[in-house]
Design a protein around this ligand. Structure first.
Ligand code: ZN
Ligand code: ZN
Ligand code: FE
Length: 750
């Protein structure tokens, strides 16, 4: 007879771990107990040596499907007295922390019950079990127990209570367990229960825009094949051409509209249920206003029981319930006021959402995931860091903002917060940070932010650091991009970074964005960059790619085609460029894509970031032509002047735009290879990290990867966090921690 104590850390709470341990122990005829505390799961087992060994092996190698074990320790104990194996009360420890499960899509067992007329939860929109349902968005504090969730206000009925306490039941200790008799309810105006769902379905069918309360906030939904409804949604939301996401009933419901590769099907049906960017079939049945000028459609499958009840034959537009540029709405009162101008009707429910969490967006590249927006289903799953370190808060950038809170070797990336350009988004940021701080019992020892003096996140960080008397560390934007790839891949050695991005503040005060860096988590050098061109009017040029084209042509000493601007606009701009009024030098490759797109006639102005570049990529798709445009090199800079010179000639010759678009992608891929060869010669390093928003462009990513692979470079790409600014905070956090460590080494305590 022996007794062992086992401690398990990782995602082990809210994932059916204790019932799993219970049945495992029972199967091996072991006595003892299992319980949660604030840092993980503790277990004591007593029985034969063989049984104890088999128990630990099985726990280690086939844990419950949603669990993720980080560590499992085993220690011998003196034999004790237990009559049976029991699940004991949770123990709260004020200073400890454990990872929290993200929200999980409704599981197949629950779905079967949802549509089984004999089941007591038949068509009940809040059905869940230990294997599925909301977690992150309903948890208010740890340990994960119903009392610390927004389910607290729904006392369980006798039947639910019995399931909750029955270790052989799938709902044993399922904290959000509920049924039609005791749990939350939906409503649609004065209608409730199934009548509410039916009314919502009819409204959608009739062309209405319906605000639907979900897991992490409200969606605005409408029939995706109803052009008028989609147009109305665009107009009311004040949303230009930015694509809308679509939800279809199942994979067969997507098939008429988009191509689905095997890996994409896998992601679409995963428990995370992200929006997956799929190649459009250009099916004319779908409203043309869903994703104008785009070859990709963002599809997701139902992830809450409500979605399964709502979805019919045709897909629905499912876009975040917010006004453009504002955070997603989560509370009923707020929705009924703020979304009133947008929605014709509301399908709400009475379970509170504690924190907002937007849908995630992802795509497949080289058979693996390339995240575009890491949010619901992923956050707050930690990114594992190669080593322990101090707790820091990195506040991210400005666009597609997320923050990163580290604890030990866990980097907790927040859900998508939005573009931090207004106070509403800042408030959402503060709320999300307060939530993370509580959930992970984390008190930052340092604050990390961007160099940009005017980012709202930076200004908030400066104020917070001052208030809490914390050291403030500022990390250059593109170095943070490089550091985020390095951290994802747990690299320590110096790496070449090709960081092609929209804009970021450089160490010289210029706006960077076409950078060849070399660095590790300690420091970086800037080896090469795109030759500076004036960015006339700063942000104005982001919205007006034609001005960027004119600036590039001006810098290259080339004539301006008349098609690019009206005589008045051209005259004003020329004067601005010549005098340098309100011009900032920039090396942005994002803006270079905009410029080239405008030149070949893709568009002169945009309604969302990178629209021109995305549409140019769509033009280039399937076109193999390479007209041989090439950049030139001059010292530490590369110059697009020869590319523009060739392009102007091609325009005069009437070369079709798709050929020019494809050639431009080839030119940039060749440029990347040339830069990396120069960097390898100078440094002897043959590992290249690709990051920055430009690498969401999979056409470029594919071409560049192929070029680099041919010349024996090892290429690191983003697989866990986005290459855009949504992944920035991870790099800030890891680079900032190194600065902190270096400072404390330099000044040892007396
Ligand atoms: Zn379930
Ligand atoms: Zn019940
Ligand atoms: Fe960036």
């Amino acid at each position: 007879m022996i007794r062992r104590r086992i401690f398990v850390k990782g995602i082990v709470q809210g994932v059916g771990f204790r019932p799993f341990v219970y049945s495992l122990a029972s199967r091996h005829a072991l006595t003892g107990f299992v319980g949660n505390n604030s840092s993980g799961v503790f277990i004591e087992i007593q029985g034969s040596e063989n049984a104890a060994r088999a128990f630990v092996d099985e726990l280690r190698h086939s844990p419950p499907p949603l669990a993720m074990i980080d560590s499992l320790s085993v220690a011998d104990m003196p034999v004790g007295q237990d009559a049976a194996f029991v699940i004991v009360e949770s123990e709260a420890q004020p200073a400890a922390s454990t990872p929290i499960s993200p929200d999980i899509a409704v599981c197949s067992d629950c779905l079967r019950e949802l549509f089984d007329p004999a089941d007591r939860r038949y068509r009940y929109p809040f059905i869940n079990c230990t294997n599925c349902g909301p977690r992150f968005t309903i948890i208010q504090d740890i340990p994960y127990d119903r009392l610390f969730t927004t389910m607290r206000v729904f006392p369980m009925c006798a039947a639910c209570e019995a399931e909750y306490h029955d270790p052989s039941n799938r709902r044993f200790h399922a904290q959000p367990n509920a049924c039609p008799d005791c749990g939350p309810q939906v409503s649609f105006g004065s209608l409730t229960r199934d009548a509410a769902i039916q009314a919502a379905i009819e409204s959608l069918r009739g062309g209405a825009i319906v605000a639907i309360k979900g897991i992490g906030g409200f969606h605005l939904a409408c029939d995706a094949i109803n052009d008028d409804a989609v147009r109305a949604l665009r107009e009311r939301k004040g949303r230009g051409a930015k694509p809308f996401a679509l939800m279809a009933r199942d994979l067969d419901g997507i098939a008429p509209y988009a191509h689905i590769a095997e890996d994409e099907a896998h992601l679409l049906t995963s428990k995370e249920r992200p929006i997956v960017l799929l190649r459009s079939r250009d099916n004319p049945a779908l409203s043309a206003l869903i994703a104008p000028g785009n070859k990709y459609l963002g599809f997701l499958l139902p992830y809450t029981p409500v979605h399964h009840l709502l979805l019919g034959e045709t897909p629905l537009v499912m876009t975040s319930g917010n006004l453009s540029d504002e955070p997603i709405v989560k509370d009923n009162d707020d929705a009924l006021t703020r979304l009133a101008p947008l929605a014709d009707a509301f399908l709400i429910h009475n379970r509170d959402i504690h924190v907002v969490c937007d849908d995630s967006v992802t795509r497949v590249f080289e058979a693996r995931e390339l995240p575009i927006r890491r949010s619901r289903g992923y956050s707050p799953m930690p990114v594992k860091l190669p080593r322990d370190g101090p707790c820091v808060l990195a506040v991210g950038g400005e666009l597609k903002s997320t923050f990163c809170l580290t604890r030990g070797d866990n980097a907790y990336m927040s859900q998508h917060i939005g573009d931090m350009e207004n106070l509403e988004t800042l408030a959402a940021f503060e709320h999300a940070f307060a939530h993370f701080r509580a959930l992970f019992r984390a008190e930052p020892e340092a604050l990390i932010c961007d160099l940009h003096p005017n980012y709202l996140s930076t200004r908030w960080g400066i104020a917070y650091a001052a208030e809490k008397k914390l050291p403030l560390i500022r990390v250059q934007h593109h170095y943070a991009h490089l550091a985020s790839v390095i951290a994802e891949h747990s690299r320590e050695q110096r790496t070449i970074g090709v960081i092609f991005d929209g804009t970021g503040y450089g160490t010289d005060g210029a706006i960077w964005g076409g950078e060849i860096l070399c660095g590790n988590l300690d420091s970086f050098d800037r080896l090469l960059h795109l030759k500076y061109v004036p960015l006339p009017g700063g942000d104005a040029s982001v919205k007006k790619p034609n001005r960027m084209a004119l600036a590039h042509l001006w810098a290259a000493g080339l004539d301006w085609p008349e098609s690019l601007a009206s005589p008045v606009e051209a005259r004003v701009l020329r004067r601005q460029l010549e005098t340098g009024t309100n011009c900032v030098p920039t090396s942005s490759v994002g803006r270079l894509f905009d410029a080239f797109a405008a030149l070949i006639g893709v568009r002169h102005s945009v309604t969302y970031e990178a629209q021109a570049a995305i549409e140019m990529e769509a033009l280039a798709e399937g076109v193999t032509a390479d007209r041989g445009y090439r950049f030139s090199f001059d010292g530490d800079t590369f110059d697009p002047a020869p590319v523009f010179r060739s392009a102007l000639e091609d325009l005069r010759r009437g070369v079709p735009a798709p050929e020019m678009a494809a050639s431009f992608h080839h030119a940039v891929a060749k440029l990347i290879l040339q830069c990396c060869e120069i960097a390898r010669q100078r440094t002897g390093i043959a590992t290249v990290a690709l990051s920055g928003g430009v690498f969401q462009n999979t056409t470029l990513l594919g071409l560049a990867s192929a070029e680099l692979a041919k010349e024996a470079f090892e290429v690191l790409k983003h697989r866990k966090v986005p290459p855009n600014d949504g992944g920035l905070a991870l790099g800030q956090a890891v680079a900032g921690r190194h600065v902190l460590a270096a400072v404390s080494l330099a000044s040892p305590p007396p």
